[in-house]
Design a protein around this ligand. Structure first.
Ligand SMILES: [Zn+2]
Length: 377
């Protein structure tokens, strides 16, 4: 008869076929449970790996019922005796069993899961989409921008009617503004194009890769304050610098974007681009970042950012005089005859909400502000 220092427990064992219980002695040895039946019934020990055994859950009363991997069972009538034996063998201490037995643990695990999912949603998705957006090569970004511009041209944009000289003057003015803000020549790439757009009205927007579009209507509205026009272009360059357009596209189609990056086939992601760019808006944080960029760039050229307030004030006046509070939520559309009607492009600057807040921001801006991190990392 083998001897051991481990405590033994006399209990009842069922072979899983007959309802007749048999007396058995249990003990643990290393990672095994040893079941010993009376010598005359079965010579030798039955050995089971501990981790293959379904141990009973600990309750305050009742039978302790244990299932063994070969389909046989142990039933122990005295719960306290079982628990004492199990505890002395370290069988009740496994974390999982402990959690299962504790309401507090179960609730805690649930709360932790919810917190994890919420954190993944609030921080994980933006982090992931930003990481993906930054892992997309600039050449792909540029071709996304070009394809999108083509689409938007068909929807909203007509050739500009501004005199070449006026276009050239604004282009040069903006180039100088960029040069002053990026004296080391590390500005993001940009291409400026002028378009007439009855549908968008006085407006400007930027596309991935650095396409910046400004409407004749906006240039004319700010005819007497061209510095404000430059500030708007600087705001748009902020969206380019921080890759907000790509970020928006990736976030709106995270799954196909992940698949695109992982398997290197971006066609599913690219298919969603035009619809996404025409209907989604930048986040408020993205707008604030771009406003900060506009303020810093104007300041770098010795222009007071307060000049931007004129733009938002005139937008406000226009909206009041046309009663146009709701038209901004309309989907892009064109009349069947061809002439465009008023439409909204959420990424465009006139669609950004809260003119009053932004007027305050630009009026009160000082160079020592907290938004000194206006440059992308
Ligand atoms: Zn913006």
């Amino acid at each position: 008869m083998p001897t051991t220092n481990q405590p033994e427990l006399a209990t009842e064992w069922f072979d899983g076929r007959s309802p007749r219980p048999r007396r058995a002695l249990l003990r643990c040895e290393g990672r095994e449970l040893i079941v010993r039946l009376p010598e005359d019934q079965e010579p030798g020990d039955r050995r089971y790996l501990l981790r293959g055994i379904r141990w009973p859950e600990r309750r305050s009363h009742g039978l302790r019922h244990t299932e063994l991997p070969d389909g046989s069972l142990i039933q122990h009538a005295d719960a306290r005796e079982w628990d004492a034996w199990a505890q002395s063998n370290g069988l009740l201490e496994s974390t999982v069993v402990g959690w299962m037995q504790s309401w507090r643990g179960a609730v805690g695990a649930m709360v932790a899961t919810v917190v994890f999912l919420a954190a993944a949603w609030f921080w994980g998705v933006p982090l992931l989409s930003t990481a993906i957006a930054h892992s997309i090569p600039h050449s792909v970004e540029a071709s996304i921008g070009e394809a999108s511009l083509k689409q938007l041209r068909a929807l909203f944009l007509k050739p500009s009617e501004l005199p070449e000289s006026q276009q050239a003057k604004l282009r040069q003015g903006f180039a100088a503004l960029v040069q002053n803000a990026y004296p080391e020549g590390d500005a993001p790439p940009w291409q400026l194009s002028f378009h007439k757009s009855k549908a968008l009205g006085a407006n400007a927007f930027a596309l991935p890769g650095g396409q910046i579009v400004i409407t004749d209507e906006l240039v004319n509205m700010l005819d007497d304050v061209p510095d404000a026009t430059l500030g708007i272009l600087a705001h748009e360059l902020g969206h380019v610098e921080h890759r907000h357009g790509l970020d928006l596209l990736v976030r709106a189609s995270l799954v196909s974007a992940v698949v695109g990056v992982v398997i290197g086939d971006a066609s599913g992601f690219l298919a969603t681009v035009p619809a996404t760019l025409a209907t989604q808006a930048y986040s408020r944080d993205a707008e604030r970042q771009s406003d900060a960029q506009a303020a810093h760039m104007l300041h770098a050229s010795g222009i007071s950012p307060a000049v931007m307030a004129t733009f938002f004030e005139r937008l406000q006046d226009n909206e009041v005089s046309t009663g146009d509070g709701t038209a901004r939520s309309r989907k892009p559309s064109a009349e069947p005859g061809g002439e465009e009607v008023s439409a909204s492009l959420p990424i465009a600057i006139s669609s950004h909400p809260d003119h009053a807040e932004r007027i305050r921001y630009f009026r009160n801006w000082t160079p020592s502000g907290d938004d000194a991190d206006w440059r992308a990392q």
